[in-house]
Every structure is written in structure tokens, then in C-alpha cells.
Design a protein around this ligand. Structure first.
Ligand SMILES: Nc1ncnc2c1ncn2[C@@H]1O[C@H](COP(=O)(O)OP(=O)(O)OP(=O)(O)O)[C@@H](O)[C@H]1O
Ligand SMILES: O=C(O)C1=C[C@@H](O)[C@@H](O)[C@H](O)C1
Ligand SMILES: [Mg+2]
Length: 189
């Protein structure tokens, strides 16, 4: 059952943030949820809570096992969110799973678009991202090149996160979501 707009949610769908590592999915997602009075769920955090550190899952069981855990986790979180006001931030590679792609068609999906220059300093100070081992920037750029078409195809909205604080991006995203929801409502009426 779709939730009402009492919480201040733009539209009646769960909002899901996607995009590559370190673009701000967790930070902007949390900020947006605060603004909307909505619940916030970060699927990487759920995975860590249930299965331990992501780097340990990759090291001990491999990426394939991680992707299976991730797909199950995302499905559980998206299903649980239905009917309540929720913002979800996904891990960078979660959108590669075809089941997840199908589930996202029920949500309002926002792609946080960024460039290597902007994320460079954030990636340099982070050690918990197994897929960025070695030359982190080269890995980041290569992953983005492969995944960009998927992010773009799934996105209802694209938010340029190259400039602005997390608070500013939260405000900009809320405004864009309200315009999107109003346009959608008009088409449906
Ligand atoms: N617009 C911004 N301005 C300044 N710092 C930012 C901005 N967005 C995010 N950050 C910071 O960059 C770091 C990475 O952000 P965050 O963890 O939200 O990225 P993510 O997309 O969730 O990455 P991952 O895919 O690894 O989960 C954090 O320290 C966050 O506070
Ligand atoms: O881009 C990716 O494939 C990943 C991103 C992170 O959010 C984590 O989900 C994990 O490190 C894998
Ligand atoms: Mg995150």
C-alpha cells in the first residue's frame, strides 16, 4: 500500500540513491531523510551489521558471495520500506544485480553523478573499499566506466554532486524530487 504524504515525502515511492563509491550516497541520503522526516537505511551498513566488515567478506568468501548477500539484503530492505517513508542508499555495485534492477522500478531512483577529481581526496583517506585496492583512482574510474550506463538507465533523476556541501545537496535533491513528483502526478491525472 502506498504511504501518504504526511511525512513530507515527495511522491509515494521509496527514494533510492545509487552511484559509484564515495560520491556521497550515504551522507546525502541521511541528510535527505532528515529533511523529509523519513527513515534512512544504508544497505552497506545492514550488511556489515549482519555479516561483518565488507573487506572481510570479500577477503574470506569472495566478491560473488558478497554480491549474493548484497542482493538479498537490498531486496529485504526495499520490500520492508514499501508503504513507509524511507530513503535508501545502496552500495556502489548493488545495481549490477538483475533482481535488484527489477525491484528499483518500484522506487524513485536518484543517480549521484560525480567525477574522479571530486572523489579523489575521499578515496585516498579510505581503506575499507576492497575494489579500490591498488591504484584507487584508476580502479574508481574503470568501475564507473563500466557501470555508468546502468546508473543512467535506472535513474529517474540525476543529481550533480560535484559542487556543494552535503546540506546544500540535500536541499537541491529535495527540490528536484518535488518537481519530479509533481510532473509525474500531472501525467497520471
Ligand atoms: N558534498 C560533499 N562535500 C564534502 N564531503 C562529502 C560530500 N559528500 C560526501 N562527502 C564525504 O565523502 C565521504 C564519502 O561519502 P559517502 O560515504 O556518503 O559516499 P558513498 O557514496 O556512500 O560511498 P560508498 O559507495 O563507499 O558507500 C564521507 O566522508 C562524506 O562525509
Ligand atoms: O562499488 C562497489 O562495488 C562497492 C561499493 C561499496 O559501497 C560496498 O558495497 C563494497 O565495497 C562494493
Ligand atoms: Mg555509502
Amino acid at each position: 500500500m502506498p504511504h501518504s504524504n504526511k511525512s513530507g515525502m515527495p511522491g509515494n515511492r521509496t527514494i533510492v540513491l545509487i552511484g559509484p563509491m564515495a560520491v556521497g550516497k550515504s551522507a546525502v541520503g541521511y541528510q535527505l531523510a532528515q529533511q523529509l522526516g523519513a527513515a534512512f537505511v544504508d544497505t552497506d551498513v545492514v550488511i556489515v551489521g549482519n555479516h561483518g566488515a565488507i573487506a572481510d567478506i570479500f577477503a574470506g568468501r569472495g566478491e560473488h558471495a558478497f554480491r549474493e548477500i548484497e542482493a538479498r539484503t537490498v531486496a529485504g530492505v526495499v520490500e520492508e520500506a514499501e508503504g513507509s517513508a524511507t530513503v535508501i542508499s545502496l552500495g556502489g555495485g548493488a545495481v549490477l544485480d538483475s533482481g535488484t534492477q527489477q525491484l528499483l522500478s518500484r522506487c524513485t531512483v536518484v543517480y549521484l553523478e560525480c567525477d574522479a577529481e571530486t572523489v579523489a581526496s575521499r578515496i585516498a583517506r579510505n581503506s575499507g573499499r576492497p575494489l579500490l585496492a591498488g591504484d584507487a583512482m584508476a580502479r574508481w574510474a574503470s568501475l564507473l566506466a563500466t557501470r555508468k550506463p546502468v546508473y543512467e538507465r535506472l535513474a529517474d533523476l540525476v543529481l550533480d554532486v560535484r559542487h556543494g556541501s552535503v546540506a546544500e545537496l540535500g536541499r537541491r535533491l529535495e527540490e528536484a524530487l518535488r518537481v519530479f513528483a509533481a510532473a509525474k502526478q500531472e501525467v497520471e491525472n
